[in-house]
Ligand binder design. Structure first.
Ligand SMILES: Cc1cc2nc3c(=O)[nH]c(=O)nc-3n(C[C@H](O)[C@H](O)[C@H](O)COP(=O)(O)O)c2cc1C
Length: 190
């Protein structure tokens, strides 16, 4: 049974704190099975995944660093290290890509929403399997050169986010959560 208490335990683990081991292939497949169970208007399946693990993590960090230095040649060591850590610290990163090509019926925003739901479910699935995870974007999610020439996205695709997944070796403090009761009021006819 789906338990609200279990859902309420969801929290992100900062990517720099994620370490090996990551999920094995079968566990990842199981997690993705949960993640694709999203609301999907028109059943378009408007998303796909890229797996970044092993040596590919370092290759991606190298490519991201090279692109950063094209964009911001004066980037300091701190910025470069943070960027590299994002791809090298977690043993596994799943890029969730939204497919947003021409569609006469389902608006882009709805298909983007479906891809966002995939990200949330993947976070929950990772935690349910005992891993930590974090959803990241930052400039790599919006720079078309990086997206197309490094990650291989098509022009009509967007990077909804990268989900860093790994083991956590320290307890992550809870953050303040919104009080849902302050966010709702009854709609009244005008
Ligand atoms: C679309 C999206 C993009 C995000 N991008 C980043 C990011 O680039 N860097 C970052 O530190 N946190 C980012 N976050 C926030 C973290 O994923 C996470 O929500 C945050 O660390 C708070 O943890 P929580 O999930 O436990 O509330 C992003 C969240 C979302 C929804």
């Amino acid at each position: 049974m789906l338990s609200l208490a279990a859902l309420d335990t969801r929290r992100s683990v900062p990517t720099r704190q994620l370490a090996a081991p990551g999920p094995d292939a079968a566990t990842l497949q199981r997690m993705l099975t949960t993640a694709v169970r999203v609301p999907d208007h028109g059943k378009r399946v408007p998303f796909r995944f890229l797996r970044i693990s092993g040596d590919a993590r370092v290759a991606l960090a190298d490519a991201a660093q090279a692109r950063l230095l094209e964009l911001e040649p004066d980037s300091g060591n701190g910025v470069i290290t943070k960027l590299r850590t994002r791809f090298t610290a977690p043993p596994l990163t799943i890029a969730v890509i939204a497919k947003l090509g021409l569609d006469e019926k389902i608006p882009v925003s709805e298909r983007a929403s479906t891809a966002s739901c995939v990200c949330l479910l993947l976070l929950q699935a990772a935690q349910a399997e005992g891993f930590g995870a974090q959803w990241l974007t930052g400039w790599p999610a919006y720079d078309r050169v990086f997206l197309e020439s490094v990650l291989g996205l098509e022009q009509d695709e967007r990077l909804t986010g990268t989900i860093a997944i790994g083991s956590l070796h320290v307890e992550v403090p809870e953050r303040h959560r919104p009080d849902a009761s302050t966010l709702i009021r009854d709609w009244q006819p005008a």
